[in-house]
Design a protein around this ligand. Structure first.
Ligand code: M7G
Length: 206
């Protein structure tokens, strides 16, 4: 018996750069797409755990049809909630990433009608592990787009849009089991792209 997921999901991997000529596109690899709980476990049990990945590796788990890039049409007006675990030795990153993936494929990060969650990402870096949740919008109208497409769908008020994103941030913070005093930050991808890094100015926090 296979237990179908609400969406089909694709796992991606970013290989660590080997030389100076490597660009983002050469390093990003599509791994596999699945549609059931059983397939998920089959894949999970056969790939390297995050704790076993080299520095500068990433796993990305995104809805099928969405590339884990700022440039994807479904991401380019969006942003992400993210948190950096700076004490790499004390954190159980494998368990936190597993719970993050389960919250994505189990659709518990948002209400069904929100349609905000595009995917989840883990980055292995020298000084930290970072886990993020990518959202389709940034909780306000997109300038120059004129169709009022904000969090939760077209025709939502900016207040409601921000509320939806805040709710996703809170659920994500729970998944990561972070204490209240820790801060999870939201930033728009446009800021990330312009600053040349994900360390862009946070728009809001939970
Ligand atoms: P990062 O992995 O998000 O954060 O970005 P880090 O600075 O903590 O490692 C690292 C670099 O990867 C960026 O400066 C970009 O060169 C590249 N990169 C990352 N992302 C998510 C993208 C993307 O979506 N599109 C493009 N073109 N490059 C990206």
């Amino acid at each position: 018996v296979k237990h179908p997921l609400s969406n089909r999901w694709t796992l991606w991997f970013t290989k660590p750069a080997s030389g100076k000529g490597d660009n983002w596109n050469d390093l990003l690899k599509e791994v596999i797409t699945f549609e059931s709980v059983e397939e998920f476990w089959g894949i999970y049990n056969n790939i390297a755990p995050v704790s076993g990945l080299a520095l500068k590796s990433d796993y990305h788990l995104f809805k099928e049809g969405v590339r884990p890039e700022w440039e994807d049409p479904q991401n380019k007006h969006g942003g992400k909630w993210s948190y950096q675990f700076k004490d790499k030795r004390s954190v159980n990153i494998d368990e936190l990433w597993l719970h993050t993936m389960l919250s994505a494929i189990g659709e518990t990060l948002e209400d069904e009608e929100d349609g905000e969650v595009m995917g989840v990402v883990v980055n292995v870096r020298k000084a930290f592990f970072r886990i993020g949740v990518w959202t389709r919008t940034i909780g306000k109208s997109i300038p120059g787009r004129g169709d009022g497409d904000i969090a939760g769908g077209k025709g939502r008020s900016p207040e409601k849009g921000k509320e939806i994103l805040q709710a996703i941030g809170k659920r994500f913070k729970d998944v990561l089991k972070l204490p209240p005093q820790e801060v999870v930050e939201f930033s728009g991808h446009t800021d990330s792209a312009h600053s040349g890094s994900t360390r862009a100015k946070a728009k809001f926090t939970v």
